[in-house]
Design a protein around this ligand. Structure first.
Ligand code: MEV
Length: 445
């Protein structure tokens, strides 16, 4: 049969129609794949429709595990924190680190600020020296015309916090930007900000077209785009753990002092070397993204912002830092986090809603602290492993289950393998050899 890999009107097909076309044209065993994809549909039709409505061209669901980190103490309050992540050992590592810090005062946190930003980027060919005085006339009109859109947010205590014009004419002749700062209360605020910015664009263009204060030669202005920025350096949270060095006990085969020093140097390396910094920060985002995803937040914007922030001084480096002054260990993470607890998916996705409920419905600032706290202890757990046992011991132990599944191990084989590898290094080959031997032993019996 000829396979047809392109199609017109895919989005118009029914869900079954879409799957049928896909399985017939892209898979060797269409019937089996069709059943498999359908097996992930939710039985509750309403819930399935809700999920389908989140995206487009949906054919099935892609389940990921929802894990829990208990004993997560932040500013004296104990949480059970939900995480959605595909990587084994992340939740186990975070759970172990949360428990470790629970008995050492827990995680401390403070929100530094919650400012979000957005821009209207435009070109104007007039005299750059005129822009500031024109903006003085324009600004109240921009605000007045956007006010009806901002009303609800203003009533909740948020809205536009500042509005300025920035010139980029030195880099690109004629280029300017309306630079707006917002407080979006408990919402991430992307839709709110973009709607306001698009209104600013209209007002800006109308003003240059019609205002008496603009001369005939100055009228030409072109808005290129209006969009929020995911770089929100002033939507910032700081979290930290601390204790006397001597309290850093229960570290495998290592004294508290040795551990503290090795840990401290590991963080310094992540400040010095770009390669290490990237992996180090990735470990932080293992924690951050997983809670962001569990609570229906946009982990791509969080990551984009975090990595840009890590390079804010002109060189990409670690987001966390460590000090060892007067025999006192302090490990700090300062990271921008634009998150919401209302709007977006937070109350639409059934599990996101429950995740927030599990944490007693935090407001956005509390959620910023929880998410950053998870980034911090995830980072602590990873670096603790790296400077002590190495990462593979814990990681492969957790990954053992995945490999056993991949090798189609029976439940007997799985039980035996887990017992066998309790105190041994796990590797794919090691598991294969073990399963062969286990199989032969059984046959002998
Ligand atoms: C793996 O997902 C994350 C780590 O590589 C982070 C790190 O090296 O710090 C373990």
């Amino acid at each position: 049969m000829d396979r047809q890999k392109t199609i017109a009107g895919f989005s118009k097909l029914t869900k079954i129609g879409k799957i049928k076309w896909l399985v017939e044209n892209f898979f060797k065993d269409p019937e089996i794949v069709m059943q498999e994809l359908k097996s992930y549909w939710l039985t509750d039709v309403h819930q399935q429709e809700l999920l389908d409505g989140i995206s487009e061209n949906t054919i099935s669901n892609y389940p990921l595990p929802l894990g829990i980190v208990p004993n997560f103490v932040l500013n004296g309050k104990t949480y059970a924190v939900p995480m959605v992540i595909e990587e084994s050992s992340v939740v186990a590592a975070a759970s172990s680190a949360a428990k470790y810090w629970m008995s050492r005062g827990g995680i401390k946190a403070e929100v530094i600020d919650t400012i979000k930003v957005g821009h209207v980027h435009f070109y104007w060919g007039g005299d750059p020296n005129r822009m500031n005085s024109i903006f003085l006339l324009l600004k109240p009109i921009l605000i007045a015309e956007a006010n009806p859109i901002m009303r609800g947010m203003i009533d909740r205590g948020g809205g536009l916090k500042s509005l300025a014009v920035k010139s980029f004419v030195d880099q690109d002749p004629g280029l300017y930007q309306l630079f707006a700062e917002f407080d979006t209360c408990d919402s991430m605020g992307a839709n709110f900000i973009n709607t306001v910015l698009e209104q600013f664009s209209k007002t800006l263009q109308d003003f240059f077209r019609t205002s008496d204060s603009i001369s005939a030669e100055e009228r030409e202005l072109e808005v290129i785009m209006a969009i929020l920025s995911n770089y929100t350096p002033d939507c910032l949270v700081k979290v930290w753990v601390e204790c006397p060095v001597q309290d850093l006990t229960d570290i495998k085969d290592m004294s508290a002092t040795t551990f503290a020093e090795r840990f401290y140097h590991a963080i310094r390396i992540a400040h010095a070397d770009l390669y290490r910094a990237t992996t180090h920060n990735k470990g932080i985002f293992n924690g951050i993204d997983a809670v962001a995803l569990a609570t229906g937040n946009d982990f791509r914007s969080i990551e984009a912002c975090g990595h840009a922030y890590a390079a804010k001084d002109g060189r990409y480096k670690s987001l966390s830092s460590c000090s060892l002054e007067n025999d006192f260990f302090k490990f700090v993470l300062q990271v921008p986090l634009a998150v919401g607890t209302v709007g977006g998916l937070t109350k639409v996705h059934p599990i996101a809603k429950r995740s927030l409920e599990l944490m007693e419905n935090p407001n956005s600032q509390e959620l910023m602290m929880i998410i950053a706290g998870m980034g911090l202890i995830q980072n602590f757990a990873a670096v603790r492993s790296l400077v002590t046992t190495g990462i593979q011991q814990g990681h492969m132990k957790m990954h053992l289950n995945n490999i056993l599944h991949q090798l189609n191990a029976t439940s007997d084989e799985r039980t035996a393998a887990i017992a066998h590898f309790q105190n041994k290094t796990v590797s794919m080959n090691g598991i294969k050899v073990f399963l062969d031997e286990f199989h032969q032993e059984k046959i002998k019996i």
